[in-house]
Design a protein around this ligand. Sequence first.
Ligand code: DUC
Ligand code: ZN
Ligand code: ZN
Length: 470
Amino acid sequence: MSTLIKNGTLITASDTFEADILIEGELIVQIGKNLAHPNADIIDANGKLIMPGGVDPHVHLDLPMFDTVSSDNHYTGHKAAAFGGTTTAMDFVVLEMEGFAHSVDLWMKKAEKAAIDYSFHMNLTQFNNKIAAEIPSLMEMGIQTLKVFTAYNGRLRLDDGNIFKAMQIAKENGMLVMAHCENGDVIDTLTQQVLADGHTDPIWHAWTRPSWGAVDATLRVAGMAAEADASVYIVHMNAAGEVDMLKYARERGVKVMGETCPQYLFFTEDALEREDGAKWICSPPMRKEQDNARLWQGLHNGTLQTIGTDHCPFYFDGTKPIMYEGKEIAIPGKELGKYNFTKIPNGLPGIQDRMPILWTYGVQTGHITANQFVAYTSTNPAKIFGLYPRKGALVPGADADLVIWDPERTLKYGVAHSHQRTDYNLYEGLDLKGYPEKVFLRGKLIVDGEKWLGKSGDGQFLKRSEGEVL
Ligand code: DUC
Ligand code: ZN
Ligand code: ZN
């Protein structure tokens, strides 16, 4: 099957130009002016923008947390992603006692429902000689990334010595270490103290996870990367000081890259003081306006490399069902922590919101250019995570993952437009200008306006190889 998209304006990470795109089967085969094909379906994209499908490097689908599970699975989350223009999503495998192969198998099973293409990062939350010896086997499975945590003592955290050893092994094997940077000791100490003092409101979540901890952990991780000559990627950067540490390390040649997420650009910890503050509980927490501003600046000047979502939705009130594809679904959510902020499941919806929100409030406000938008939401993640140019590129030979973007479409955003399977949207009521109109996954039209044409099982696992350091 062939599709010829005519007269669109193509936006890549580096250029903006007018051209036609010919798709044959799953691939882009030609890009140029005045293309013709005897029996292709023709789509007139006059007045529309065409970009590579979004690549979300950081999502948590079907993730068990506390006494529940994140409310989007690999079908519902992928469907939402597609409506927002994202056609590849990477989530994190929980490391079980039985080891990597068993853990990956469990995640492969969950992802049989996939509706867009996907790959996995491995949470490296245990470390011993046996695990160390098995790390290279992940590369054979197409998993090129190890995620480490400097927080969540006694659960997910590795001590610095083991993080450093993981970096040495990663360096040897062409792998990338991703790091969640907060100060676990300070968090645990403050949490015990405030609970003993009877503080249980959501705002204490932010006040027990100070931004200095994120800053110190970022510098520590960068320092270890320098010493191991390893590549690292700091996930969900949220504090101004983290951007400063990133800049400091990068200026000294350390192979460290940084991701932020829309929630850290648009919200502050003040949101946690609202009556419905639990909706904004995620880790790390949102910070202050000066942090938002420094993150925007880091995107504007290229200190940061990507914008992911950390999509990990929970219902605000999981005792009440919502309608999803004609069925009532209720999944326990934030109400679990009604009387204690430490019991509120951590995480926010955002997989669909990322690109439309950033287009209106990032590109049109002049924080980033349209080319940077493509770089941060698609091309750079594809490069860093070893998927380029199959993903994140508008070039012959690339997968035909495309978004036809209508720059004139206006809408009031919120749950009414969202396919994220939860009962709220952080951007409720925001006016948007510019929205995905058609989305293709490997040549197949999966979103056409408001119509969902994709299906469970259409998504493919992407084996990844060594990525680039940007
Ligand atoms: N933070 C969250 O808020 N949720 C999931 C994982 C994470 O790092
Ligand atoms: Zn994290
Ligand atoms: Zn995360």
